[in-house]
Write a protein that binds this ligand. Structure first.
Ligand SMILES: [Fe+2]
Ligand SMILES: [Fe+2]
Length: 476
């Protein structure tokens, strides 16, 4: 049913509400517009006069975003942005936090329930005192005891319960606040504690579609963390890379993506004020000058190579994730073969689904047992297992209270790319090609102090038809 615009205006004016033009268009095009409007108006606290799209409730099944197809620049499918934040809806209202966590819980609990052992899970309020129960909830508190037991509070939309878990030898629980898990067990006699007697279930990693491959053997090249403007930016090696892209360096020329794709997974420049005293480490102290130098360098890349630039925590966008694309002030200096995306972004490169996330949350994941900065692949597995790119809210990864959770891994990608940690990795996991191409910045004083050795000047090439890969090392 399509609602007429006049109907919407009349309905709202009866309730003394003035709609924005976008709201009227949105509701009239929506298949269930008046129902959504009615629910949204019912949830408004306090007096209100103007009503805009941002006042509408996020539905449990938000319409899938419309892919954005970039201009075709060569004889190769254009870059398609399948999914990313297009504008910030964070208003700091309590209702927005509730929507964010509802979206997270609804999506992840549905994925946990895809595990056959969790099919019987119902709301936490209806656990049976005499039988085996399955329960799905979001972790609200974790308390570890010296005897190897862990007490956890999990909650769903209406209730919370205590559960008791025991860690099995060689299989760390690695629980994180705000992740969604499923458990089975029996209630204690008082009915206030569930003793878990089987392994915990995390969101399902299966996909609803076949793994995708391109029809032609197109090459996609992945790099990250150029940090142009830093005093330790590896300028000579970078210039060698750009010359190589032009076919001027005799090194694995068969992997030059021409035509093809080049993806830059964040921290293109070093930025300013990223950490106290950064100014002393910079060779270019003005961030706009850093971008203008980058644009000059990127303009030397053949324009038949479609280049994607995603921001990271050093870039000139808000620090809170999801991050919006770089501002027009930066974009205007770059050519038409460039695509500027948000962070994270789900790309479609010649039919292959590529999930790119800069990786700030790896600073949180590293605190889990057995994980280190030297091994980004193990941390990426933990993100995939939780189907979430930034599982912990309120730790080292600043997250914006958007009404939808843009950090969810809603669909299992074919390729998953991160950067940020400046160490290299490539691995296949559950049908996903995971990679972190490292950096173009040599060791900084801070990294030296921390005993961290980065792995600079590498790119990873992927043949999108065969999924063969090649590590390209420009340290020569
Ligand atoms: Fe970085
Ligand atoms: Fe970073």
């Amino acid at each position: 049913m399509v609602v007429k615009e006049k109907e919407i205006i009349d309905w709202l004016s009866e309730r003394k509400l003035m709609p924005s033009p976008e709201l009227i268009t949105h509701i009239s095009n929506h298949p269930d517009g008046l129902v959504l409007l009615e629910k949204s108006v019912a949830s408004i606290d306090g007096p209100k006069l103007f009503l805009s799209v941002s006042d509408l409730l996020i539905e449990d099944n938000p319409e899938p975003p419309k892919p954005i197809s970039r201009p075709k620049v060569a004889n190769i499918p254009p870059v398609i942005i399948e999914r990313q934040i297009d504008k910030s809806m964070a208003d700091g209202k309590l209702q927005s936090f509730v929507s964010l966590f509802n979206d997270r819980f609804t999506t992840l609990s549905r994925l946990v329930r895809r595990n056959p052992s969790m099919r019987g899970a119902g709301p936490l309020s209806v656990l049976n005192p005499d039988e085996e129960n399955q329960a799905i909830g979001m972790i609200a508190e974790i308390q570890t005891f010296p005897n190897g037991r862990t007490k956890v509070v999990i909650e769903d939309k209406d209730n919370r319960i205590n559960i008791m878990l025991k860690e099995e030898e060689g299989n760390p629980l690695n629980l994180l606040n705000d992740e969604v898990i499923g458990v089975s067990g029996k209630l204690n006699r008082q009915g206030n504690l569930l003793y878990v007697n089987s392994p915990i279930v995390r969101p399902h990693l299966g996909r609803y579609r076949e793994a995708a491959r391109s029809e032609e053997p197109y090459i996609a090249l992945f790099i990250s963390d150029i940090h142009l403007g830093s005093g330790t930016f590896k300028e000579n090696e970078w210039n060698k890379f750009v010359s190589w892209l032009n076919g001027e360096v005799d090194y694995h020329k068969e992997w030059i993506p021409n035509p093809g794709y080049l993806v830059i997974a964040g921290d293109a420049v070093d930025g300013i004020d990223s950490y106290p005293g950064q100014e002393d480490d910079l060779s270019i102290t003005d961030v706009w000058e850093q971008y203008s130098t980058l644009s000059k360098s990127i303009s030397k890349i053949p324009n038949t190579i479609q280049t994607v630039i995603m921001p990271g925590n050093h870039d000139a966008v808000r620090l809170m994730e999801p991050q919006l694309p770089l501002p027009d002030r930066v974009i205007k200096d770059f050519g038409d073969n460039l695509t500027f995306t948000a962070n994270p972004v789900l790309l479609n490169l010649a039919g292959v689904q590529v999930l790119c996330y800069h990786g700030k949350s790896l600073d949180d994941l590293v605190s889990l047992r057995d994980l280190t900065y030297e091994d980004p692949m193990s941390m990426m597995k933990e993100l995939l297992n939780r189907r979430h790119m930034a599982p912990i809210y309120g730790a080292k990864t600043p997250l914006a209270p958007e009404k939808q959770d843009h950090m969810l891994i809603r669909d299992v990608p074919d390729i998953f790319v991160t950067g940020h940690v400046h160490s290299f990795g490539i691995e296949r996991y559950n049908g996903v090609l995971m990679l972190n191409p490292g950096t173009w910045q040599a060791q900084t004083d801070y990294q030296k102090m921390m005993g961290f050795q980065p792995q600079p000047c590498r790119a990873v090439a992927v043949n999108l038809q065969t999924f063969d890969t090649q590590v390209l090392d420009f340290n020569f």
